[in-house]
Design a binder for this molecule. Structure first.
Ligand code: GDP
Length: 296
């Protein structure tokens, strides 16, 4: 079991007892502990390097060198910088002046897109008093269409009756048309995922994006994916102008370091966290609380 950053640093600081002051070399040793803690939390290596460089600059500029309680000072610097970075950008959903608002869900198969679509439907109905239509464009897995129909009903929304013999873009446009005619406030477009990134999937979601011109394009990523989350995020960011990230399965054992990797590689705000399989298991992402979790 990995120990948290405070414990790691206090152990290290004990070895410095008797010194007149904390030196830059001591700070370098301490930064190694920060690096280990972040790697154990599954933050991707290149992201850890950049982050460490920023924190080190702050640590040398502030009171870590020469301070009486260097471990705690450093933990606080790391925590603040982590929360600041993960909290960058506009975290609230953007509601356009003229409805309908269109939300496009992107991500790998199993990331939690369909579940999140239903949770978001519930959230929009309850918290924002919106009338919500969902649609599945996953023509490859009829079971996915059925799943969305079931969970949308549980959430209290309506699901557009798509058929697997239609083209994804045609389905999305027909749903958008119904949305306008029946005065829905929001259309959530759930898309097909693959187990790994592939060209056909990327071309399809790019076409869907061009057709429905969403206000929000949310990248759904499984926090348990750890280091791989960064590569998946980069691949989606390369083809889509993402506007937000949803980090799912934060109720699992992962320390959630994927949040930092994904935010850094996409420069896109993390808007929501999935915290259970249930329909009400969606929360606004809280960077400060999450920083505490990543650091253990
Ligand atoms: P999709 O293929 O991206 O549409 O993924 P699904 O929505 O079907 O989700 C895949 C699995 O992950 C399902 O068993 C969901 O119940 C589960 N899941 C999704 N989000 C969460 C979450 O936040 N917490 C937990 N524990 N499970 C989740």
């Amino acid at each position: 079991m990995a120990s948290n950053l405070s414990d790691r640093l206090s152990r290290l600081v004990k070895t410095m007892r008797g010194q007149a002051r904390i030196t830059e070399t001591n700070v370098a040793d301490m930064m190694r502990e920060v690096r280990m803690a972040l790697l154990e939390a599954d933050v991707a290596l290149p992201v850890v390097r950049d982050f460490i460089a920023r924190v080190k600059e702050k640590a040398l500029g502030q009171e870590v060198v020469g301070s009486l309680n260097p471990g705690q000072v450093l933990v606080s610097i790391v925590h603040k910088e982590l929360a600041r970075t993960m909290g960058e950008g506009q975290q609230e959903l953007h509601f356009p002046a003229n409805p309908p608002m269109v939300i496009l869900m992107a991500g790998l198969q199993g990331a939690g897109k369909t579940t999140t679509t239903a949770k978001l439907t519930r959230w929009l109905i309850e918290k924002k008093k919106k009338k919500v239509l969902t649609v599945s464009t996953d023509v490859y897995r009829p079971a996915a269409m059925d799943q969305l129909r079931t969970v949308t009903a549980q959430a209290g929304g309506e699901c557009f009756p798509a058929r697997p013999d239609q083209k994804p873009v045609d389905i999305a446009l027909a749903a958008l048309d119904q949305c306008r005619r029946q005065y829905f406030d929001v259309l959530i477009v759930d898309t097909a995922g693959r187990l790994a990134i592939d060209e056909a999937l990327m071309a399809e979601i790019r076409d869907l994006h061009a057709a429905v011109r969403p206000t929000e394009t949310l990248f759904v990523v499984d926090a348990m994916q750890g280091q791989d989350a960064m590569n998946t995020a980069r691949a989606f960011k390369d083809v889509l102008p993402l506007t937000g990230i949803v980090l799912t399965k934060l109720d699992g054992d992962s320390r959630g370091g994927a949040a930092l990797s994904v935010q850094q590689v996409t420069q896109t705000p993390i808007k929501f966290a999935g915290v259970s399989e249930k329909i009400d298991g969606l929360e606004a992402f809280d960077p400060d609380r999450h920083a505490g979790r990543v650091l253990g």
